[in-house]
Design a protein around this ligand. Structure first.
Ligand code: B1M
Length: 209
């Protein structure tokens, strides 16, 4: 389908407003928002990742592509919002200290909201202390942490330790995710669960609450 190629090309070229428009057109043409994300936008980000790894793209290129991806995701966000409010756990979520990646987190948030959950997004580069403050302030059922870098994975453990130190660990279920994170690592650091993708995060939370 031509529109899929057009979205891929615009994303690879980092053309944010073009991606936004094309994504809206794709939905008007009958593609489901999930299909646009899963079969077009995510594979395009994979291409970016591969080229970046091979030094065929540089940080500014990746940044431009990320902005284009975010623009597409924001355009799709209304389609993911759900009217179903049957199960409404409150989720506080953030990307851990030292880590600026947030595209995957946004997808997780959109999926949780589509499932009727209330989500408070703390943003990126969130310190253990800020996570602790947010748990005190919002009293969520779930604390979700995302880490995309091997070197920021320890911040997941540090945040869980900080929750223990403030006697908050048994007040909230902790879930973790991000491409370098594994189920074994989640168990090792004492999280309540690991999700490999946005859809798994929804199911995991449903299981935990
Ligand atoms: Co960065 N980066 N990056 N980057 N970047 C990766 C992650 C990398 C794998 C690229 C590579 O080498 N191939 C590599 C990490 C290697 C490692 O440590 N294992 C890397 C690196 C090295 C870096 C820098 C250090 C580069 C540098 O400066 N030399 C730097 C670090 C900056 C920092 O964070 N301090 C850096 C910077 C950046 C940009 C800022 C340019 C940009 C981020 C922009 C943004 O997010 N707003 C960027 C990007 C875009 C990437 C790649 C290309 C794409 C990431 C992405 O968005 N994927 C990435 C390569 C890749 O992943 N192939 C790469 C799409 C997204 C939907 O997937 O995030 O995995 P993902 O999310 C999934 C699941 O993981 C899961 O669900 C999501 C949806 O299904 N998930 C959760 C995520 N969080 C979850 C939380 C949950 C549950 C599930 O519960 C709470």
């Amino acid at each position: 389908m031509q529109i899929k190629h057009e979205i891929t090309n615009a994303l690879l070229e980092g053309k944010a407003s073009e991606v936004k428009t094309l994504v809206e057109v794709a939905v008007q043409l009958g593609l489901s928002p999930t299909e646009v994300v899963d079969s077009v936008m995510l594979p395009a980000m994979e291409i970016i990742g591969e080229k970046f790894k091979q030094n065929r793209l540089y940080i500014p290129d990746v940044l431009m592509a990320s902005r284009a991806m975010q623009a597409g995701l924001y355009a799709l966000e209304p389609f993911f919002k759900s009217s179903s409010q049957v199960l409404k756990p409150r989720v506080v979520i953030g990307t851990v200290a030292g880590d600026l990646h947030d595209i995957g987190k946004r997808l997780v948030i959109m999926s949780l909201q589509a499932a009727g959950m209330e989500v408070i997004d703390l943003g990126i580069d969130i310190s253990p202390e800020t996570f602790v403050q947010a748990v005190k302030e919002y009293e969520p059922d779930i604390l979700g942490m995302s880490a995309l870098l091997t070197m920021t994975m320890p911040a997941l453990a540090e945040t869980i330790q900080a929750l223990h130190a403030h006697c908050l660990r048994d007040k909230v279920k902790v879930i973790v995710g991000g491409s370098p994170v594994t189920n074994d690592y989640a168990l090792e650091i004492g999280a309540d669960g690991y999700a490999g993708c946005a859809y798994d995060a929804v199911n995991l939370i449903k299981m935990l609450v």
